[in-house]
Write a protein that binds this ligand. Sequence first.
Ligand code: F3S
Length: 81
Amino acid sequence: EMYTIVDKNTCIACGACGVSAPDLFDYDEEGLAEGILDCNQGTCNVPAPLQEDLQDAFEECPSDSIKVAEEAFHGDPKTFE
Ligand code: F3S
């Protein structure tokens, strides 16, 4: 299983994640990214066909704000830090 969540405290609104993974990330009114699947709670298992896009977004985020884990985050990007 694979879960993702954006840490909005470190996101600098660069916009790369929504290009790499348009089905996974969108932006709020301030341009900060958020997960589409689960309202950025990190609780929805990312479907297999989207996991490669997620990997790209994870690698390209300049502020390391895309968090990825094999377990759910339950709303807190720092769950596994
Ligand atoms: Fe923010 Fe990183 Fe996306 S800076 S807009 S989470 S690529």
